[in-house]
Design a protein around this ligand. Structure first.
Ligand code: FMN
Length: 334
């Protein structure tokens, strides 16, 4: 909980790994940190109310120093609870805090937060203002290009203007609208069409705002191209499905030296973290389950995945499973 100066991570938002429930937990983030030294990593959404009532905040908030730069994502609609969450995030050492105004799930809607709040820009602005006043952390907002019939360019501009005036430092925009009735969250990530031009147009109309585009970016090159028109590229599913694909972002997006990674090098990088996790009573599988996608599209990949699953899921699995996996991969030149 030592807290780094967020200023030292200027422009890290150029490429980020999106918040994804059940995916971007601290273990996956440590894996992604092997792949990119520079990317901004988002946590899964944490609900402000749950944080308020939790008697195990460490479990919800702890992360490893190696994860910096890291943004915590919070869901909620109560300025007081959001301010409290922001103070906690600052104490815990996060670099930024992000408010979720993009999630369309019925559970989230019944709590009156997530995407449905796009219909209430004044409340979002109040929430952001309370968060801004609660700490020195940059406050950012993740949202859609619209919801239901509130999907015009004018609506999007008005929403963003309102929230920017309240002090939001950056906007991560999923370039599809959300349909709040009739589609489940998965459908809402696939069915409404991606309309990049709406985000690009917003950036043109509001050049001083920092705008990240999210949705359907599948390769580092997709990100490089979109960065010619907006300030940040945020990637979700494609990062989880194929972490190694993103090893070129440090070079092509941040101008850093290439790392030339492969699966065994990434796993080797995870050894100290895995040791630490196991020594605190954590399970090997917590980490190993995220590693399955490191090996794909090569002969024997399926067998390797089966093996690490069978071995790694056992409660007594320990570091030797990881070491054996690395050895096998090295023998195969992977
Ligand atoms: C499994 C899963 C969980 C997600 N959880 C969150 C979340 O907690 N908060 C959030 O703002 N978005 C969440 N999303 C949405 C992503 O952040 C992202 O906006 C969406 O997947 C579109 O980007 P992509 O096409 O690059 O995947 C989730 C997406 C997936 C696939």
């Amino acid at each position: 909980m030592t807290g780094q100066s967020s200023g030292s991570y200027k422009n890290s938002y150029k490429f980020s790994v999106a918040p994804m429930l059940d995916c971007t937990d601290r273990h996956f983030r440590v894996l992604m940190r092997q792949v990119s030294r520079k990317a901004l990593l988002y946590t899964e959404m944490i609900v402000a109310q749950a944080l308020h009532h939790s008697n195990n905040r460490k479990k919800l908030l702890d992360f490893d120093e190696i994860e910096h730069p890291i943004a915590i994502q919070i869901g909620g609609d109560d300025p007081i609870l959001l301010a409290e969450a922001t103070k906690l995030a600052e104490t815990w050492g996060y670099d930024e805090i992000n408010l979720n105004i993009g999630c369309p799930s019925s559970k989230v809607q019944s709590g009156n937060f997530g995407a449905c709040l796009m219909a209430n820009p004044s409340l979002v602005a109040k929430c952001v203002e309370a968060m801004v006043n609660a700490s020195n952390l940059p406050v950012t907002v993740k949202h859609r290009i619209g919801i239901d019939n509130l999907d015009s360019d004018a609506f999007l501009k008005e929403f963003v203007d309102h929230v920017a005036a309240a002090g939001a430092k950056r906007f991560s925009i999923h370039a599809r609208k959300a349909l709040l009735k009739g589609l489940n969250p998965k459908q809402n990530r696939n069915i409404p069409p991606l309309l990049y031009e709406k985000v690009i147009n917003l950036k043109k109309c509001r050049p001083s705002l920092i705008i990240e585009l999210n949705g359907g970016l599948n390769t580092p090159n997709d990100c490089r191209k979109i960065l010619e028109q907006v300030d940040g590229a945020m990637v979700g599913r494609a990062a989880y499905k194929d972490p190694l694909l993103w090893q070129t972002v440090d070079e092509i997006i941040y101008g850093e030296k290439a790392q030339n990674l492969n699966a065994s090098k990434v796993l080797k990088g995870l050894i100290p973290y895995t040791e630490k996790h196991l020594s605190k009573g954590g399970r090997f599988w917590d980490i190993a389950k995220h590693c399955l996608q490191l090996v794909k599209n090569v002969p024997g990949a399926k067998q390797w995945r089966n093996e690490i699953s069978l071995q790694g899921i056992r409660p007594e699995a320990n570091l030797s499973v990881l070491e054996e996996c690395i050895e096998k991969l090295e023998d195969a030149g992977l």
